[in-house]
Design a protein around this ligand. Structure first.
Ligand code: HEM
Length: 486
């Protein structure tokens, strides 16, 4: 018998499921179309959404040798110049070299060497937040972009309007809202000859946009790198991931080293910003909606850390409820809900279905983290769920960190950094701030309304909230942190 394709919504002739693939919250219909796996196609490009952890593990992890490629896309890769960004590089020598560099920068063993950086960055974030709480999104951007700029390039962002931070905001915005919107497939990806349309012709608007975006992307990759090289030349540089590697003669000898370094550095920088913003905004939203959970975490911090100092990594093991808040924030946020696409390199058979070579595979992380069998009352923010005693197997199954960073050989190389950086940010905010719903001029409590408009990241639109120091003592701890760290 012939194996059939996985189920999915009915396509229209020729165009396929173009009309089903909305740019907003695509993870919602993708979860509804079928329980386990969904097949759609756009202009003949096959796409599978994997809605269960089992399917993601069976295919993306266990069959990683054929499920780790990336699509070659004429529009994003070639015309917009993104093909050497780590999330776009085909599976092979280049992607392996780049991932080795990322691992050198942010692999598990090196994370503790960043603790002082993370501490200083977190305290500076708190200081900005108490001065200007309504601008929390900008402060998170400055924190996360600033952290990678300084660790990766030795560059210190001087203000929220820093030029490199602005460039990153603009470029990541173009990438996710324009270039990769929907599932990121453009007519020119399917009919490469369209690239030869003269730019002035109707229908060639994509070429004019691509030319503008490509220039921006090149600036985004080149300018921080040139800053770092110039400061090395003049001897004014701060030691950074890039400068350390450039001074290491044995590594420098590897073919394509500088090219890989430049693009890997940019990938670390660009991938850390919107993901951190999304996670921390969800945490703030959750705390203002669930003051009971906030109080419980604060009581734990007061009992374990006291109110005479700010929390540190040494406290982490003694703060089980803060850990639950951290995990639940990641689960509830699902910062990258459809992960990033992988491309299947050969025809594959799975549970009697045929998945053709070239199919793009999206792990539907949103659906996995809303699975009622593992997370009862899954839509609710309920940190206590992680305190329920369960088997070691279930313990692993319900750990959001096993999902939110994607799967297999393309899994997020920033996961260890995030585990430390966002934990400290959350613990420090809980220790010092009270978060509640904002109140308008007439004294009415304002219920937050959030929308999710970014096609790649589940970033909540900015909402109003009230954030203030828990006490005079907390405020002076925040202010003193500057003196202590400088
Ligand atoms: C809460 C924070 C973050 C989340 C939820 C997150 C999530 C993800 C996900 C889902 C993927 C796709 C994995 C796949 O294809 O299966 C990914 C890829 C990636 N992430 Fe992250 N990420 C976060 C932060 C970071 C940070 C801080 C860095 C900086 C080092 C980073 C660097 C990357 C890179 C370079 C890739 C592409 C990897 C490849 O294609 O080989 N991420 N991330």
């Amino acid at each position: 018998s012939f194996a059939s394709l996985p189920p999915g919504p009915k396509p229209v002739p020729f165009l396929g499921n173009v009309f089903d693939l909305t740019a907003k919250e695509l993870w919602l219909p993708a979860s509804r179309w079928a329980k386990q796996y969904v097949y759609v196609h756009v202009l003949g490009v096959g796409i599978v959404f994997l809605n269960t952890a089992e399917a993601a593990c069976d295919l993306l992890d266990k069959r990683g040798s054929i499920y780790s490629d990336k699509p070659f896309l004429m529009m994003s890769g070639e015309l917009c110049g993104c093909k050497n960004m780590v999330a776009f590089t085909p599976y092979g020598e280049q992607s392996k070299r780049q991932r080795r560099l990322l691992h050198k920068a942010f692999g598990l063993p090196v994370i503790p060497t960043y603790y002082p950086f993370l501490q200083t960055g977190t305290h500076a974030f708190l200081r900005r937040l108490v001065v200007e709480p309504s601008e929390y999104m900008k402060h998170i951007r400055r924190y996360s972009g600033g952290l990678t700029l300084s660790v990766v390039y030795g560059y210190e962002a001087v203000s929220n309007d820093d030029e490199f931070l602005g460039l990153a905001e603009e470029c990541v915005g173009i990438l996710s809202n324009r270039i990769a919107s929907g599932v990121g497939i453009w007519p020119v990806d399917v009919f490469p000859s369209l690239r030869h349309l003269p730019t002035w012709m109707p229908g060639a608007g994509f070429k004019r946009n691509a030319a503008i975006w490509k220039k921006k992307m090149e600036e985004f990759v080149d300018r921080p790198y040139e800053f770092m090289k110039n400061s090395m030349k003049s001897g004014t540089h701060k030691a950074s991931f890039c400068s350390n590697l450039l001074e290491d003669e044995s590594i420098k000898a590897v073919d394509n080293f500088e090219f890989d370094l430049k693009w890997s550095a940019n990938s670390m920088y660009s991938a850390s910003i919107d993901t951190t913003i999304t996670t921390v905004s969800h945490f703030i939203l959750a705390m203002m909606m669930h003051t009971d959970a906030q109080r419980k975490a604060q009581e734990e911090l007061d009992r374990v850390v006291g109110t005479e100092r700010l929390p540190t990594f040494a406290d982490r093991a003694s703060l089980p409820f803060v850990e639950c808040v951290f995990k639940e924030s990641l689960r509830w946020a699902v910062p990258v809900p459809l992960s990033l696409p992988h491309r299947l390199m050969e025809d594959d058979l799975y549970n009697g279905m045929l998945i053709p070579k070239g199919t793009l595979i999206f792990g539907n992380i949103w659906a996995m983290l809303r699975n009622e069998a593992v997370f009862p009352d899954a839509d609710a923010f309920r940190p206590e769920r992680f305190l329920d005693k369960v088997s070691p197997e279930m313990e692993r199954k319900r750990d959001p960190q096993n999902y939110v960073f994607g799967f297999g050989r393309r899994e997020c190389p920033g996961s260890h950094l995030v585990d430390s950086s966002i934990w400290l940010l959350i613990a420090s905010m809980l220790a010092t701030l009270d978060v509640s719903k904002a109140v308008d001029e007439c004294g009415n409590v304002m219920e937050p309304t959030v929308k999710f408009e970014n096609p790649i990241f589940r970033t909540p639109s900015q909402f109003k909230c009230d954030m203030r120091p828990r006490s005079q003592k907390a405020l002076s701890l925040i202010r003193q942190s500057e003196i202590l760290t400088t």
